[in-house]
Design a binder for this molecule. Structure first.
Ligand SMILES: O=C(O)CCC(=O)C(=O)O
Length: 245
């Protein structure tokens, strides 16, 4: 059975991401949420304590079996391989548990921490093929949702055809180093179990959380098994190594 329609695949190719609902079953999510709450420095029953809570960065429970199960006991890798190619992928990182705590105000702005993974340190290319962001709780608009700049993957790829890979973020910056001509970002929302599949050249950011709840998401990345042999290549056709598309 195919997980993605032709329309989904076209969306992924053109926009650089595609969102699917109900990928991770709730019984796995419920267990993972309990583990996440054990680590958060806030009272689960008192929303006032959730504002600007911690810890920040990838939570230690990212490696907990209940958290990993949201990847390993689901069809996520098969789904990624439907896009990239059967048996082509290995996990680069499992289920980084990323919280975005409520800021406690209503002055929402679009996300500002945009970056492209694998190219954030000048001179380093540490790339992969495809990533997934899994909503672990219900993520409403303007509440810290995973944010993407649609089509950014194509702009980066075109840039790499004529520029070095080592300063990747320059694909989006002008000569003064400021981001320029970016498309309108999309704040991805949805119930627990919603998964955003995104291309490795996608410009993305955590959103700004003006909601009431803590934004809970797990991010995993997959690389091609032969990534080391071809990660410095930029074939004319950006989908050359994507058998599924
Ligand atoms: O937390 C998020 O929504 C964004 C995560 C992110 O920027 C990343 O995994 O590189």
């Amino acid at each position: 059975m195919a997980y993605f329609s032709e329309r989904d695949k076209e969306h992924f190719k053109e926009q650089g991401y595609v969102v699917k609902r109900d990928v991770v079953p709730l019984h796995l999510i419920d267990k993972a949420v309990d583990v996440v709450w054990d680590e958060i420095d806030a009272d689960r029953d008192d929303p006032k304590t959730w504002i600007d809570a911690g810890p920040r960065g990838n939570l230690k429970c990212s490696t907990h079996p209940a958290v990993r199960a949201t990847l390993t006991e689901t069809p996520i890798q098969d789904m990624c391989e439907e896009l990239v190619g059967k048996d082509t992928l290995a996990v680069s990182n499992y289920t980084f548990a990323k919280m975005v705590y409520p800021e406690g105000h209503d002055n929402w702005t679009p996300a500002t921490q945009m970056h492209m993974d694998g190219y954030t340190c000048e001179g380093v290319v540490d790339t992969f093929a495809i990533a997934v962001t899994v909503n672990i709780n219900h993520i409403k608009p303007r509440s810290g949702g995973f944010t993407v700049w649609p089509g950014a993957h194509k702009r980066a790829y075109e840039y790499f055809k004529t520029h070095s890979l080592v300063n990747g973020l320059n694909a989006f910056r002008n000569e003064r180093g400021a981001y320029c001509d970016l498309p309108t970002p999309i704040d991805i929302t949805g119930p627990p179990g919603t998964v955003t599949f995104w291309h490795h050249l996608m410009l993305h950011s955590p959103g700004v959380n003006c909601g009431r709840d803590i934004r809970m998401a797990f991010v995993s990345r997959f690389r091609l098994k032969d990534n080391n042999e071809m990660r410095f290549e930029t074939p004319d056709d950006m989908w050359e190594y994507w058998e599924g598309l």
